[in-house]
Ligand binder design. Sequence first.
Ligand code: HEC
Length: 109
Amino acid sequence: MMRTLPLFALVAMLACSSTSDGPEASATITAAPPDGAKLFQMQCTLCHGRDGKLGLSGAKDLTVSALTREQMILLVTDGKGMMMPYKNVMRPEEIEAVVDHVRSLRTTP
Ligand code: HEC
């Protein structure tokens, strides 16, 4: 009977150490970057549609846009034609996140 005790203690210790990294791992996920897909759905789908192809009020089809990332950031920041400027609506890092989402909609690289 006494010989089973050390083994049991060892198993209990292993079980303890394996559960202790749970809370630590989740605590490192803080300050998430802006969610570009969510912002796009709130700010841009009205004219561009969920897939970027809607083209209301003369909006361009975003899936075939040839603009660079920098040109898109400028266009979204300062606006163009029927499209309003977003510099007072979103923070620069939010505009960048939205632009990165727009670029992910494109069918050409
Ligand atoms: C009021 C309707 C409207 C909304 C809302 C809108 N857009 Fe636009 N967007 C337009 C129009 C119109 C154009 C074409 C502008 C032009 O070239 O005269 C355009 C053009 C663009 C272009 C350039 C495409 C190209 O290849 O020339 C990008 C990129 C773009 N929009 C992104 C966005 C993003 C990102 C949002 C949300 C933050 C957004 N738009 C919200 C109307 C809109």
